[in-house]
Design a protein around this ligand. Structure first.
Ligand code: DCP
Ligand code: CA
Length: 593
């Protein structure tokens, strides 16, 4: 494949990209599951276009008009009609209106004190209202259902964010390949190496019509000729993947009226990268042969995660500014400076990403309603109004979730608050959630008020700048009972019992940093696995989920008073300290709730 990307004055060293041309043999095509190193791996990422704006357009039945979605004073979504006027996300509203006087401006729905449901009120104010993203969550689930119904059953689907999903199309594509080209199912009698014989060259085929194929050499004079036809069986596989994606994207448009864009490539990182190549309503194929020039043409800050502090640190350390300049740096030097995990950076620069597409559990085990307070709460009485607003959101979300899964029940209700006058900063209080007939705002607010009173120490000064209320350990009641049963087992030793007491006695916050958090109660450090495709906001969300699940673990311990201390929950002094590696370079996203 060398020759495919060696352009005229191309200086880059093809040895960096050897992984992109794996042999494809009869054995590879006949193996049911070769995992993340499958030479015929086909991954897609599908992203909804201007998603919040599209949800509002559908809700209001406004099509083809410029529209933006506002959250307080910020534009958070801009539809493509509005983008034609040069309006961009985060532009001041005033400027956006000057650019397009007919602009339709929709403020996201908000919860208002005393109202059980979020609504579109006039002049919502961050001092008195709380943003509700419920509409977008609901629409997001509908989109996911269409993906699930529309794609072959053996497609692995991972919801990656509110408007994106990854698809592992390797299995369905392989089935289609074997169906269309049955001669691939068996090596010919004279095949020199039996099953290990490479497949014959594919016939002259065309690329999937509605997809854009990234050229191998964008500077070549006749781009069309260069990308004339799929030249490897992996190219054919990508093209079949593109057919499947195109079909399901059309279904989404027909059934829900949302448009989407997709990227199809050998792994998650590249699928995500090329999905934004042609937006809106586009889909792009990045074949292996096109990867080197595609990556080399990027300033490395364009690669997700290398855009922030890590990118700056890399540029400083090695005095580089492009992917091409980073390539000669050895894995050893990178790991010496940035820790073991920087193998991830080393690999993505070479078009490698072994991250799996994994369906997440359909059930979100925790629910959190949070509010940053523009006017801090300085006394106990002022807190109740916000508790009620958060309680209204939680009550509604749980009730809604129970419409689809009636047996759902949270184990715990947790209140977190940030008191900036307290040395410990953030604190949480939690209580077991009672079995009540109906989850009303009053019931949730009643339990939360009690936690709030526990939180407020009458003698201590307070300046609370953020408060959140959550349910954790949400599961079907039967599973919950089984777990409780397991927790009620006898302790196996006195020492384990003492350790657990140690873990749960003090009320201490959980501290977070970068890609991991350390529980100050027990020293447990949980780290998210590095991912090429997770945004900062998604990382925050994943981390807060991990955190809540860990707190949930403590609650369970407290409930049972009988420990089952797993390795993860041992006190810090007994655990080996691990280098934080590249984790410390990841920054926080400031999306407000
Ligand atoms: N969002 C937000 N704040 C941000 C970024 C995004 O609230 N800083 C919300 C609004 C977006 C939605 O998340 O509609 C999805 O984010 P995307 O980055 O996918 O952006 P869009 O879908 O709006 O546009 P695009 O068509 O470019 O994907
Ligand atoms: Ca989007």
């Amino acid at each position: 494949m060398d020759t495919l990307w060696k352009g005229k004055e191309k200086a880059h060293d093809a040895t960096h990209f050897q992984d992109l041309d794996p042999p494809i043999t009869y054995r590879s095509i006949l193996s049911a599951n070769l995992g993340v190193r499958d030479p015929l791996r086909v991954i897609a990422l599908c992203d909804s276009d201007a998603f919040y704006a599209a949800c509002e357009m559908v809700r209001l039945n406004i099509l083809d008009k410029p529209l933006v979605v506002l959250q307080w004073a910020l534009l958070i979504a801009v539809n493509y009609e509005a983008r034609k006027f040069g309006i961009t996300r985060m532009m001041p509203l005033k400027e956006a209106k000057e650019r397009c006087p007919g602009l339709i401006v929709v403020h996201v729905a908000t919860y208002k004190e005393g109202e059980p449901e979020p609504g579109y009120w006039e002049n919502p104010d961050t001092k008195t209202h709380k943003v509700s993203l419920d509409l977008y969550r609901r629409e997001s689930i509908k989109v996911l259902h269409v993906y699930k119904e529309g794609l072959p059953e053996n497609t692995e689907i991972e919801k990656a964010s509110i408007d994106e999903a990854f698809f592992d199309l390797t299995r369905p594509v392989r089935q289609i390949l074997l169906h269309r080209f049955p001669y691939l199912a068996q090596p010919p009698d004279d095949a020199p190496d039996g099953l290990d014989t490479p497949l014959p060259a594919p016939p002259d085929l065309s690329w999937h019509q509605a997809s854009t194929v990234i050229p191998i050499d964008p500077r070549a004079e006749d781009i069309e000729a260069v990308q004339f036809s799929p030249q490897t069986w992996h190219d054919v596989a990508l093209s079949i993947g593109a057919e499947l994606m195109h079909q399901v994207r059309q279904e989404i448009k027909m059934k829900l009226n949302y448009t989407t864009s997709a990227g199809i490539a050998r792994n998650k990182f590249l699928a995500k990268l090329c999905a934004s190549h042609r937006k809106p309503m586009g889909q792009t194929i990045l074949r292996n042969a096109s990867i080197p020039n595609y990556l080399l043409g990027l300033p490395f800050q364009k690669i997700r995660f290398l855009g922030g502090k890590l990118g700056v640190a890399l540029a400083d350390e090695f005095d580089v500014s492009s992917v091409a300049e980073l390539l000669p740096i050895s894995l050893e030097s990178m790991q010496q400076r940035f820790g073991e995990e920087s193998i991830w950076v080393y690999q993505v620069l070479r078009g490698i990403d072994y991250t799996e597409v994994k369906a997440k559990s359909a059930l979100n085990k925790s629910m959190l309603a949070a509010k940053n307070l523009p006017t801090p709460i300085t006394n106990i009485a002022d807190g109740y109004q916000w508790i009620r607003v958060l309680a209204a959101e939680l009550a509604l979300r749980l009730t809604e979730a129970r419409e689809t899964t009636p047996s759902l029940w949270p184990k715990t209700i947790v209140l977190h608050a940030r008191n900036i006058l307290d040395r410990d900063g953030r604190k949480s209080k939690q209580a077991p959630w009672p079995f009540v007939r109906e989850v009303t705002v009053d019931v949730v607010a009643g339990a939360a008020n009690k936690l709030w009173r526990e939180f407020c120490d009458a003698r201590a000064p307070m300046k609370v700048t953020g408060v959140s209320l959550g349910f954790t350990g949400i599961e079907g009641v039967e599973t919950g009972l089984k777990r409780l049963d397991a927790f009620l087992k006898k302790p196996s030793s006195k020492r384990e019992f003492d350790e657990a007491e140690d873990c749960t006695s003090a009320e201490k916050p959980v501290s977070t940093r970068g890609n991991s958090f350390v529980c100050k109660r027990c020293g447990h450090k949980a780290t998210l696995s590095p991912s090429a495709t997770r945004s900062d906001a998604e990382r925050e969300e994943a981390l807060s989920k991990l955190r809540l699940e860990h707190e949930d673990f403590h609650v369970a311990l407290e409930l049972s008073r009988v420990p089952e201390v797993d390795a993860a929950a041992r006190p810090a002094k007994r655990r080996k300290k691990k280098d934080e590696g590249i984790a410390k370079f990841f920054t926080r996203d400031s999306r407000d709730a």
